[in-house]
Design a protein around this ligand. Structure first.
Ligand code: IMP
Length: 422
């Protein structure tokens, strides 16, 4: 498999968890490089559903090594909970999980600030997951963050935490919010630090040694291209680089070690949280929600839904350098007579073939649609390309061509076997 970066080509929730799980079969190591427990990767193995927030889903495959890289922000208490959940399900974690010393920590004041800032923004809120992600990355950039390496050094952690809680309580006071108790946080984080210590290592050196030995490494992206702090629909974004470059900075593996980029996209579009979504459509949303689909794995929120947007996915192919495409949730469109695909945006008589940087302009964009005939039959049981209805094949070919990358995987259900390789 060589070294592969996997990214979401839309607004997150593209079904990356399942594709990562499928690709992990031929990887030796899986690395998470950005985001925090705002992500939720869902994997079905048989009838058992696993939702992972920080630990790469590769942990579910015996013998695979999983790394939480330096670019991730870690809530240690939540991570211990995730480890315990896996141990309860008899998944082997010891010896398979490695946590970067230099990953930053999410602390309770980050979550509280996330919430308070959203309240202050009122109707202009971002619609965050309230996991403290923005404030944690903010501290990292401001050089006031605490890292895993601090957490596992009790004396230093105590000293740094005291200073940080003092400062943040002043800010929380200004918001009219309750102060954070040092002793409570200290006790909970010390306990979590003790549990995590055996997993903590210099993951940059570990990955370098593995790469020199010829290991195949899969870099799993969280969220999606349009939630990228630089390339997304700012400010309605998350606070990390969700695009392919983030895999290098978030792991310490150099760009010239990367061999290919896989972009994952749904056969339609979804978004959770606020911000523009040009192809949003209430009918598709109602249809998908009635099927029990499109509810967030982390917050349970109903996702906003719309037609496939090839202007957006073309942009994603550009900023990520997508070589191969995996299209998921094709079966979500099985019952539609006509399927629309956005091929351009329009404001009045001005046409846009790219995603405008100004969110207010993007919000005004009206999609220009091409129409495709629906296949009106279940694709759920298809296992090979030729098992798919001809109209479904044409649709897939068209959206890959419009995106400008090679289609290599189509997914027709959540299970591992519900996957078609081209
Ligand atoms: P935050 O990452 O919690 O700060 O949220 C910022 C924006 O990113 C919000 O619109 C969230 O709904 C969105 N977001 C964060 N994580 C995910 C994810 O894993 N899937 C989809 N959207 C996400």
């Amino acid at each position: 498999m060589a070294n592969t970066i996997l990214v979401g080509a839309q607004w997150g929730d593209e079904g990356k968890g399942k594709i990562i799980d499928v690709l992990t079969e031929s990887a030796d190591i899986v690395v998470r490089t950005q985001g925090g427990n705002n992500a939720g990767h869902t994997v079905f193995i048989g009838k058992t559903k696993y939702v992972l927030h920080l630990i790469p889903s590769g942990i579910l495959r015996p013998g695979k090594k999983c790394v939480i890289g330096n670019g991730v922000v870690i809530d240690p208490v939540s991570l211990v909970g995730e480890i315990d959940g896996l141990l309860k399900a008899r998944v082997k974690v010891n010896g398979n999980l490695f946590i970067s010393e230099t990953a930053h920590l999410v602390l309770p004041y980050h979550r509280e600030l996330d919430e308070q800032r959203e309240i202050l923004k009122g109707k202009n809120k971002i619609g965050t997951t309230k996991r403290g992600i923005g404030p944690a990355y903010g501290d990292k950039a401001a050089r006031t963050g605490l890292r895993v390496i601090d957490l596992i050094n009790p004396a230093r952690f105590e000293q740094l935490l005291k200073i940080r809680i003092k400062e943040n309580n002043e800010v929380l006071k200004a918001f009219g919010a309750k102060p954070i108790s040092f002793s409570k946080v200290h006790a909970a984080y010390r306990a979590a630090g003790d549990r995590l210590r055996p997993f903590v290592t210099n993951t940059v050196v570990m990955l370098d040694q593995a790469a020199r030995r010829g290991a195949d490494i899969l870099f799993e992206g969280a969220q999606g291209t349009f939630l990228d702090i630089d390339h997304g629909t700012y400010p309605f974004v998350t606070s990390s680089n969700t695009t392919a470059g983030g895999a290098c900075t978030g792991s310490g593996v150099a760009p010239n070690r990367m061999d290919s980029v896989v972009g994952v996209m749904k056969a339609y579009t979804t978004r959770v949280g606020e911000g523009p979504l040009p192809t949003e459509n209430a009918e598709i949303a109602d249809m998908l929600h009635a099927m029990g689909r499109e509810f967030g794995a982390t917050t349970g929120r109903a996702r906003r839904c719309g037609w496939f947007d090839s202007v957006a996915t073309r942009h994603a192919a550009m900023v990520n350098g997508i070589d191969e495409l995996a299209v998921t949730n094709l079966d979500g469109l099985d019952t539609l007579e006509t399927i629309k695909v956005c091929v351009g945006y329009r404001i009045g008589t001005t046409r846009y073939d790219y995603v405008p940087n100004d969110v207010e302009t993007l919000a005004k964009c009206e999609p220009i649609y091409a129409e495709f005939p629906g296949w009106l039959q279940s694709t759920h049981k298809a296992r090979k390309w030729k098992d798919l209805p001809a109209k479904a094949r044409s649709y897939l070919k068209a959206i890959a061509e419009l995106t400008g990358a090679k289609l290599t995987i189509a997914s027709v259900g959540p299970a591992r076997e519900e996957t078609i390789f081209l």
